[in-house]
Design a protein around this ligand. Structure first.
Ligand code: AKG
Length: 294
């Protein structure tokens, strides 16, 4: 794959809608390696991983994240696909750094959704060139929990109150009992609550995708999206990579996702991201950087 893996039409779709479907973004062998790695994480999650589905309920919604710093297999994935090059092209960035990787599995029969949300309010970074590539490891459509997006929502200038799967609509103090310290005040700091976009089809265009293993959904971290229950007959598994482009800054907020905290980086709030240890450069590959030096 070249260093410009997206077509002009795909870049234009990303910029206009805030999301683009990239069929066959990851090849078959890599999908198999990723599915194996997910199997191992399901058996031995990190400190940030575990089941969202309560014991006794049908199916299983599992997530784990920020694996690459301590897991060589996941670190290898950062550099083994054209996903960072796609993020560079879509966001118009010269450099793409990794923020984190995020595994999501929904076994058949899982009733839990991940309600409408944007990624921005959960994260300790900010910018306009920040995106994710959600890579399907199994076939899925909207009925079996593939993602849906509200077209153009990345450009609204709105940031909605974060929702947490299985805890939607609960009192923030109760949410904090299940999650991490400070999240209740963080939730309360957002006044704008996501409406039920699906109830206003004349106002909002909802884009739902059917995906095959290796397809990527590339989306801006401000684009509103959700995943529904898995009403299919098979597992729905995906890994989302979170990418930081040229204008990304360190923007810690008390109560945001604690995967990277102020103590973990030398960056000061508002700094452009320059910490190579915590946010490694993935694009251009190091060989390409050397080639451009005098
Ligand atoms: O896979 C899912 O169920 C949710 C994914 C998601 O919200 C994301 O990648 O940002």
């Amino acid at each position: 794959m070249t260093s410009a893996p997206l077509s002009d039409a795909q870049v234009a779709a990303y910029r206009e809608a805030g999301v683009v479907h990239v069929p066959g973004a990851v090849d078959e062998d890599m999908v198999a390696a990723m599915a194996d790695a997910v199997e191992q994480i399901l058996d031995a999650p990190s400190r940030f991983g575990g089941d969202i589905t309560e014991p006794g309920r049908p199916g299983r919604f599992f997530q784990d994240r920020h694996l690459f710093p301590r897991n060589d297999t996941f670190r290898g994935f950062l550099h083994a696909t054209p996903l960072a090059a796609m993020a560079a092209q879509a966001t118009g960035s010269d450099t793409i750094r990794a923020f984190y990787d995020h595994v999501f599995v929904k076994e058949p029969g899982t009733a839990e959704q991940f309600a409408w949300h944007q990624d921005r309010p959960y994260w300790a970074v900010d910018g306009t060139q920040v995106c994710s590539t959600w890579v399907a490891l199994t076939p899925a459509d909207v009925g079996s929990s593939a993602l849906e997006f509200v077209a153009g929502s990345h450009a609204w200038g709105r940031t909605f109150r974060p929702e947490f799967p299985a805890l939607e609509g609960r009192d923030p103090d109760e949410v904090e009992q299940h999650l991490w310290r400070g999240v209740a005040d963080h939730i309360r700091s957002f006044d704008d609550v996501c409406p039920a976009f699906e109830d206003e089809p004349e106002t909002y265009e909802i884009l739902g995708f059917a995906v095959e293993p290796g397809d990527a959904l590339l989306f801006d971290f401000r684009t509103v999206h959700r995943s529904g229950p898995n009403q299919g007959t098979g597992r729905r598994a995906a890994i989302s990579w979170r990418w930081l482009g040229d204008d990304a800054i360190w923007a810690p907020k008390p109560g945001a996702d604690p995967i990277v905290r102020q103590d973990d980086t030398f960056l000061a709030p508002g700094d452009r991201i320059t910490d190579d240890e915590v946010f490694p450069v993935v694009h251009p590959p190091s060989g390409a950087v050397a080639a451009h030096q005098p």
